[in-house]
Design a binder for this molecule. Structure first.
Ligand SMILES: Cc1cc2nc3c(=O)[nH]c(=O)nc-3n(C[C@H](O)[C@H](O)[C@H](O)COP(=O)(O)OP(=O)(O)OC[C@H]3O[C@@H](n4cnc5c(N)ncnc54)[C@H](O)[C@@H]3O)c2cc1C
Length: 366
């Protein structure tokens, strides 16, 4: 048991926020979880809003959900679950080893139920500011929520002993810089807006980025599109080649695309060109580790490419150090092998609050 039970604000009710809340309570603290949307699960809440659109949605800068309808996990379920709450297939669920996104959401919801976390979560309540009290020992959290019986929003403030930031990494899309794109007449969108392939029927689509989203989405679209051109920057030489096994997919390597032109052409680095209808940016996200406006001003907007280099130890250390001037504010970083790591990083956040471990332990590489 900790020497003193603390009131802890947890920002976000995705996988990280849920496990943070559980660990904090296990350590004898009193967490309150702020979630700006109307449910728990974070990234894994699918929003079908783009399904019905007749044409691809224009550029967006922020979305709640970034899952496409057919998305399945890129890790087997046995690698994804929390260590003490295995992600096993239920009789009525999606029993595949790489299940669809709805199964992951069901898993997180059942985690919340199993550990009685729902009562800790304040839904539709967005934290808009975290500032350190002048005493230096506590944090003032300002939040906005829908006023009861009205569409208006109201703001309120509460003071907490500690803050754990679990606001996720995938909300601010990062777009590739394409020379000439402003004069190019086609449509651009980011993978975060992609839901279903139908709006791309008969179109020529250039997909930038060859990560999991780029490869999944290009295969999905190829079922209905006239042509799909997958442009990757990870290659030693500039080539364009047809992908084996696909009648309408090409792979263009080196430095993504050279330029887009007013006549609708997209020109690749080897000089080849296509008249394209759509450019789909599957180019990751801007890491906003501490998007909460803080009095101590912590902002880490790092484009995902740079974030890849920083990711893991270095980034974790820099984030936590940035967010923890003395004690009490920590950031939970979940990345791809997400859920298994969660308890470790949040335990590291929770334990020092109770005095069982020094704050230095939070700052050590996780
Ligand atoms: C397309 C895609 C596919 C993925 N596939 C896999 C996979 O197959 N396997 C895997 O392990 N991982 C995968 N991931 C990684 C995934 O992000 C993690 O699995 C995990 O869901 C991250 O959880 P999180 O709690 O850190 O963030 P999130 O799930 O993003 O949750 C953050 C929560 O914080 C809330 N929030 C943000 N700001 C505020 C605020 N100011 N106030 C209140 N609430 C706020 C958000 O609404 C959200 O609910 C994928 C990610 C994406 C985008």
């Amino acid at each position: 048991m900790p020497s003193r039970s603390l009131r802890v604000a947890v920002i976000g009710a995705g996988a990280a926020g849920l496990v943070a809340a559980r660990e904090l309570r296990r350590e004898g603290h009193a967490p309150v979880v702020f979630e700006r949307t109307d449910g728990v699960g974070g990234t894994w809440v699918y929003e079908a809003d783009a399904d019905a659109s007749a044409s691809p949605e224009p550029l967006v800068t922020q979305r709640r959900s970034n899952l496409d309808a057919s998305l399945r996990t890129n890790l087997p379920r046995e690698c994804m679950g929390f260590l003490d709450f295995p992600f096993v297939a239920g009789p009525d669920g999606d029993t595949r080893r790489f299940p669809g996104h709805a199964e992951v959401l069901r898993y997180l919801q059942s985690f919340a139920r199993r550990f009685d976390l729902d009562g800790l979560v304040r839904l539709e309540t967005e934290v808009v500011r975290v500032s350190r009290e002048t005493s230096g020992t506590s944090w003032r959290v300002r939040y906005s929520r829908k006023a009861s019986g009205s569409e208006k929003r109201e703001t309120d403030e509460e003071v907490f002993d500690a803050v754990v930031i679990c606001n996720g990494h995938y909300s601010q899309p990062h777009f590739a810089d394409v020379a000439g794109v402003d004069a190019w007449p086609g449509k651009q969108l980011h993978s975060t807006s992609y839901r279903v392939p139908e709006p791309f029927h008969g179109q020529v689509v250039v997909v930038i980025g060859c990560g999991p989203s780029g490869t999944d989405i290009s295969r999905d679209i190829a079922g209905v599109a006239k042509e799909v051109h997958l442009a990757s920057r990870w290659s030693l030489s500039a080539t364009s080649e047809k992908l084996p096994g696909h009648a309408n997919m090409w792979f263009h390597s080196e430095a993504q695309i050279d330029r887009a032109q007013e006549d609708g052409s997209v020109v690749f680095h080897d000089g080849s060109r296509v008249k394209a209808d759509v450019i789909m940016h599957c180019t990751g996200y801007i890491l906003a580790a501490c998007i909460v406006q803080m009095q101590i001003q912590v902002q880490l907007p790092i484009p995902h490419q740079r974030c890849n280099r920083l990711r893991g130890r270095q980034l974790c250390r820099s984030t936590v150090q940035a967010c923890v001037p003395a004690t009490g504010c920590s950031s939970t970083l979940l990345h791809r092998v997400a859920f298994k790591g969660g308890p470790f990083s949040t335990v590291r956040a929770a334990e020092p609050l109770g005095g069982r471990r020094s704050v230095g332990a939070i700052q050590a590489p996780i």
